[in-house]
Design a protein around this ligand. Structure first.
Ligand SMILES: [Zn+2]
Ligand SMILES: [Zn+2]
Length: 256
C-alpha cells in the first residue's frame, strides 16, 4: 500500500503547487493515503518558511475540499508539520481539539536551550545535538505528535560523527520507543543528493547510523516524501527511500 504523510504546498513560500495538484498527483500515482503536513504557522511569531497564521483556516478548508473530492478513492488527512517549543502547548491542543487536525508531525527545525532560540541548521558543533535530542524527547512525551519526521536531520550539518551523535540518536530513539511514536525515513534527504562530509561522502539524511539504532529498538517507520512540489509526492527519491528502508530491515508501516 502506497502512502505519504509529508506533503507541503505553496503556502509555505518554498514549495510549489496547491492542495488540488498534490491530491491529483497522489491519486495518479496510486496512493491509498495522502497526508498534508504543511509548515505550521504560530500565532505570535512568524518563524519563516511557513504560511501566515491568517491562512490556516483556508489551508484546512482546501484540504477538506480534496478530501471530499477523493472520498471514494483515497484517504486524505489534514495535518501540519510543526516544531515544539514548550510555550505552545495550548496551541498544539487547540490545533488538535478545536481545529480538528488529524495529526501533528513533529519537524523540529528549531528548539530552545534555556530560553535561547536555536536553529538545528545553524549548529556550531555536535554539542547542540544533545539539547536538540532532549527537546524532541520532551516533545514526544507531551503526546501531541503522531509522527517524528526527519529525526536525523541534524546530520545535514558538516561535522564528523562523534559520541554526541551517538548520544543524541539514543535519546531520540528511546523517546520514540517509550512513546510508541513512528519515525519518518525521509526521502528529501536523498533528494538533496550526496555531499562531502569530514568523515566521508553520504546523503545529508537519512543517516545509516541513526537507522541502525532505530532498527535495533524496533521502531515503527513511515517513509515520507517531504514533497515540496506535486511531482515529488511519490517520485524516484521516494521509491528509493522505500527500497532502502526495506533493504535496511526497518519495520515499515503505511498508516498511523
Ligand atoms: Zn519545507
Ligand atoms: Zn521539516
Amino acid at each position: 500500500m502506497k502512502s505519504n504523510f509529508h506533503t507541503h504546498t505553496k503556502r509555505c513560500c518554498h514549495a510549489f503547487g496547491v492542495e488540488a495538484d498534490y491530491a491529483k498527483e497522489a491519486y495518479d500515482k496510486g496512493l491509498s493515503v495522502l497526508g498534508f503536513s504543511d509548515h505550521a504557522p504560530f500565532k505570535d511569531i512568524d518563524y519563516g518558511y511557513r504560511m501566515q497564521f491568517s491562512e490556516l483556516q483556508e489551508y484546512i478548508s482546501a484540504v477538506q475540499t480534496e478530501r471530499e473530492r477523493y472520498s471514494e478513492k483515497m484517504r486524505i488527512m489534514t495535518g501540519l508539520e510543526i516544531e515544539y517549543l514548550p510555550k505552545y502547548c495550548e496551541y498544539y491542543e487547540w490545533l488538535l481539539n478545536e481545529m480538528k487536525l488529524d495529526y501533528l508531525a513533529l519537524g523540529e527545525h528549531f528548539f530552545d536551550i534555556n530560553g535561547r532560540f536555536c536553529s538545528i541548521f545553524a549548529s556550531e558543533s555536535t554539542n547542540e545535538y544533545i539539547p536538540y535530542a532532549k527537546a524532541i524527547s520532551e516533545a514526544l512525551k507531551k503526546g501531541y505528535f503522531s509522527v517524528l519526521v526527519h529525526p536525523d536531520i541534524m546530520f545535514m550539518n558538516c561535522f564528523a560523527w562523534n559520541k554526541n551523535c551517538d548520544k543524541a540518536c539514543e535519546i531520540i530513539v528511546d523517546a520514540a520507543m517509550l512513546t510508541n511514536t513512528p519515525v519518518e525515513y525521509n526521502a528529501n534527504g536523498i533528494r538533496r543528493g550526496q555531499q562531502d562530509y569530514p568523515d566521508g561522502r553520504r546523503d545529508p539524511y537519512p543517516h545509516p547510523r541513526f537507522w541502525a539504532m532505530a532498527k535495533d529498538a524496533g521502531l515503527k517507520v513511515l517513509v515520507g516524501s517531504d514533497a515540496h512540489s506535486p511531482e515529488q509526492v511519490y517520485d524516484k527519491s521516494m521509491e528509493l527511500a522505500v527500497k532502502r528502508a526495506k533493504d535496511f530491515g526497518l519495520d515499515i508501516i503505511s498508516e498511523f
